[in-house]
Design a binder for this molecule. Structure first.
Ligand code: ADP
Ligand code: GLC
Length: 490
């Protein structure tokens, strides 16, 4: 099958969160199942992609939009990257979505309108890649979410030509790509899809809603989140749309890239280790304590956090329970970036208690790996979590996670109090402060008994979180999407 995987970020080239990791690993897993996978990604400033670069392909002009090119690069994993080169839109200081001062780029509607449009074009008979047309266009999150609409439009305009099936994956309902309705002209949204059954969302234009309305199949990144987003508490205003399309919605748990996230092969660690060699983990802990200026105490229970600092991630609960975390010599190592108020509150704690708390504000891949390896227990008390990857990395690294019972956290961590033989972490029994306090007390109790702790660590390390199973489930969804596409417009 020819699969076009469209994404605004892809590790290791450009990453702000879990979507980057997924985009780096899932296409390679699909390619290893024998599919021809091409990843469409904007060519951002400073991005280095190593591989054999093919000839640039000019894209047709879309009205007044700036001219753009596709640069094909065949990379080691067997995937072809299609870099969408449009210097005036993508060659900028700052991240993929925000400028250097953290504000959304004013022309995001065009930047990601173009990404969606090119994704769709690659699934039509007018594909610019000579001889290659996608059978399935897999669009990820709001920045690609207009692709299903453009494909539906192509299918209606030229029904005698074959047009790819469309799949949209929701990585986070909190980000929807909402713009003023007048953008519909610029984007070329046909009149019939400007209303409530199309892109309209409280008088504005929602890119995500377009994708949810018009994709042949919808997936999200865990089975529990697939259920949650059909309720008002988690649906971010689109739960009604999702309920109406529930027969097209599937939850597929993300995998992890076991080449990158395995303690035995992790090139970013000072001391690689495995389930058969916990001494290596102790050495990583000592090195981390030293690096961060924490007391060099092997017996101190070291809690780790690597996270975007937003209300989603429940970091306020960590702050609220600081005394309980640090009681008896506990330590906390945080790596994160985001909400200035959270950064400041964490920074104050670190200044007050430098031997027990360390906070690194920034994005640091190496430190993220070293915290996963050096911490004893990983904290992830998210308010909602579509999938979450760090709780899986933590289990693979023998660092039992403390998590809330939501989304992919609920689907990937087994509570060690409930399941004393097979538990891999600590799952909050209720949300909010009481749930966190109770789970923390249970984690500390387990830590006090080294044999119990070792069993929980080993259980997590024995789990397989690779992409093999989930990649196969995506292929099933692609086939269902193709069948649905053939049945004509919905
Ligand atoms: P989300 O995508 O919601 O941020 P995930 O758990 O799915 O959450 O993925 C987050 C990814 O980003 C993980 O690979 C994590 O290690 C990484 N990450 C988050 N914050 C940082 C940071 N400050 N520095 C380095 N890596 C980070
Ligand atoms: C989003 C979610 C996270 C998920 C990631 C990759 O950023 O917040 O839970 O793991 O996407 O799917």
């Amino acid at each position: 099958m020819n699969i076009l995987f469209a994404t605004p970020e892809c590790a290791p080239y450009v990453k702000t969160g879990g979507l980057g990791d997924v985009s780096g690993a899932l296409p390679a897993a699909l390619a290893s199942l024998g599919h021809d996978v091409r990843v469409l990604l904007p060519a951002y400033k400073g991005m280095k992609v190593h591989g054999e670069i093919g000839d640039g392909v000019d894209l047709p002009a879309f009205g007044p939009w700036p001219a753009a090119q596709l640069l094909p690069v065949r990379v080691e994993s067997g995937v072809t990257m299609l870099l969408l080169a449009c210097p005036s839109l993508y060659q900028r200081a700052g991240g993929p979505y925000v400028d250097a001062s953290g504000h959304d780029y004013e022309d995001n509607v065009l930047r990601f309108g173009l990404l969606s449009r090119v994704a769709a074009l690659l699934g039509t008979h007018a594909t610019p890649m000579a001889g290659w047309q996608a059978d399935v266009v897999h669009a990820n999150d709001w920045p690609c979410a207009l692709a299903p609409l453009y494909l539906a439009q192509a299918r209606a305009d030229v029904p005698w030509h074959r047009t790819a099936a469309s799949v949209i994956t929701i990585h986070n309902m909190a980000f929807q790509g909402v713009f003023p309705m007048h953008s519909a002209d610029l984007l070329g949204i046909p009149g019939r899809w400007r209303g409530i059954d199309g892109v309209e969302f409280w008088g504005q234009l929602s890119m995500l809603k377009a994708g949810l309305q018009l994709a042949d199949a919808i997936t999200t990144v865990s089975p529990t989140y697939a259920r949650e987003i059909q309720t008002p508490d988690f649906g971010a205003g689109l739960d009604g749309v999702l309920r109406a399309r529930a027969d097209r919605l599937t939850g597929i748990l993300n995998g992890i890239d076991t080449q990158v996230w395995s303690p035995a092969h992790d090139t970013l660690l000072l001391h690689p280790y495995s389930a058969g060699d916990f001494a290596g983990k102790a050495r990583n802990k000592a090195a981390l304590q030293k690096q961060l200026g924490l007391a060099a105490d092997p017996k101190a229970m070291l809690f780790g956090v690597v996270s975007r600092l937003t209300s989603q991630k429940g970091i306020d609960l960590v702050l609220q329970h600081l005394d309980a975390l640090l009681a008896g010599g506990g330590q906390l190592a945080v790596l994160g970036l985001g909400d200035p108020a959270l950064q400041q509150a964490l920074g104050e704690a670190a200044r007050r208690l430098p031997r027990q708390v360390h906070v690194t504000v920034g994005f640091n891949e190496q430190l993220a790996h070293r915290i996963e390896a050096g911490a004893d227990c990983f904290l992830m008390p998210s308010r909602f979590e579509p999938c979450g990857l760090n709780q899986m990395y933590s289990q693979a690294y023998g660092t039992p996670p403390l998590v809330s019972a939501t989304g992919g956290l609920a689907d990937s961590v087994t509570d060690a109090t409930d399941d004393t033989a097979g538990g891999t972490g600590f799952v909050m029994r209720e949300s909010g402060a009481p749930g966190f306090a109770d789970a923390l007390a249970r984690a500390k109790q387990a830590w006090a008994d080294p044999a119990t702790w070792r069993r929980i660590q080993s259980n997590g390390m024995a789990r397989s979180f690779g992409w093999e199973g989930s990649a196969g489930r995506y292929v099933d969804v692609y086939r269902h999407a193709q069948a649905a596409a053939h049945q004509g417009p919905r």
